[in-house]
Design a protein around this ligand. Sequence first.
Ligand code: NAD
Length: 484
Amino acid sequence: MVSRVIPVETFDLVIFGGTGDLARRKILPGLFRRFRSGQTPEGSRIIGAARSEIDSDGYRVMIAEAIAEFGGDEASDSDSLAAFLATLDYVAIDAKGDGGWADLAQKVRSDVVQAFYFSVAPSLFGDLAERLHSHKIATPDSRIVVEKPFGRDLDTARALNAVLSTHFNEDQIYRIDHYLGKETVQNLMAVRFGNVLFEPLWNNHYVDHIQITVAETVSVAGRGSYYDKSGAMRDMVQNHLMQLLCLIAMEPPSRFGADEVRDEKLKVIRALQPVAPHHIVRGQYDAGPDGPSYRNDAENPRSFTESFVALKCHIANWRWAGVPFYLRTGKRMKARSSEITVVFKDLGHTIFEGDTARHRNILSIRLQPNEGMDLQVTIKEPGPGGMRLIDVPLDMTFADALGADAEEVTDAYERLIMDVIRGNQTLFMRGDEVEAAWRWTDPIIQGWEARNDVPKLYDAGSTGPEDAMMLLHRDGRKWREVKG
Ligand code: NAD
């Protein structure tokens, strides 16, 4: 296989919160994979910075254990692992005090790419940004990476943007939405803008409706106290589903550049119509044979937080006028499946006698599992007996189609971190995008609060509340089956 690894410049990457769950589960195993594939230039360093009073050797032991647990098969490559661990360093630091900062200032070099990953609670973003400057560590070229949640409403998102922009320019700020790092999500753009087939049909003349489903089987157990203050609307719809919606609906950017792509995404969010209350269904999972209820998992017996949302929305522009977009996401659903489905319109007329069935082209783009696409086409049913038509999928699972290269279809985090080092912001959310998304989401949540809305219960292991089915049935449509 020809190596397609694009080199990056030598870097110092400081991970604030480097001992935390996200760093151990995702960031460092991802960095190890990049190291193994030769994408870490000689002399690059990763510096964990967190509250734990451990030394650099202690940190290396912690990360070796994390890679053994979360790094998959590659963790058994002990030579690479030893070489990777040698690039790690650690500083015990207090984001809210002065402890550790002088030490960090000594370690971070100013003549290499500098990136600071804020893998800590958002309440610490301001402290970190300020101290990086007061201790003269950050330079005008430093990059900072911030994690979701980016606010819990428009006001808090604005406040976070204001804190960060006091110390950093927008072109230094990388707001991660790991969905944008997924291979298939980027493929959405490749499919749309790299083929002659689809783009001419990508509008209200040919598209009947679009569905976006992100179904999870996991419960909220273990993170209930965080989730219960958030809910599916804030945790999934405002960011991940919104980003998918933008990529599927945006106009072609003039080039694949960070601002060109983000300008087009922003226009989609701004064109989103408010959602009528009867076009949205909130759900909360009930106890099932294989697990307790949401309220039990969230340790809040009176919780009215939603673990499921389904909604219908419209984009008020020339291309999409009249085309409904149906979005749905939930926890403890029947299967883990993320899929975007473009359902094309019926043929206006059939020339085949006796053909009474409705045949539709359906393009579905699977984000997980089995990343890939299929296109439902209509063909003649094989065999004698005249022209009977059937619908069959043209299936392309990337892992099958790409063979060994599919190994590269890996975790989103490592790709996004390398983009930070390269200085490419295309797959990161800009401040105005995040605010626009909250501007659309806030009235929905405020409406629920004002009405004391009670989520509909659904059985764990199902496809969500009955009302979510009705949302489409009323329009003469149905959801694609949730298949794992
Ligand atoms: P965590 O609680 O496991 O770790 C927090 C880290 O912050 C620890 O390393 C801790 O030492 C450090 N820290 C806390 N207070 C500090 C202080 N005063 N000074 C210096 N360091 C301090 O959290 P996590 O799950 O790793 O999440 C980190 C961030 O990433 C959060 O904003 C979270 O919302 C976000 N996030 C996490 C996940 C995930 O899967 N864990 C997913 C998406 C986003």
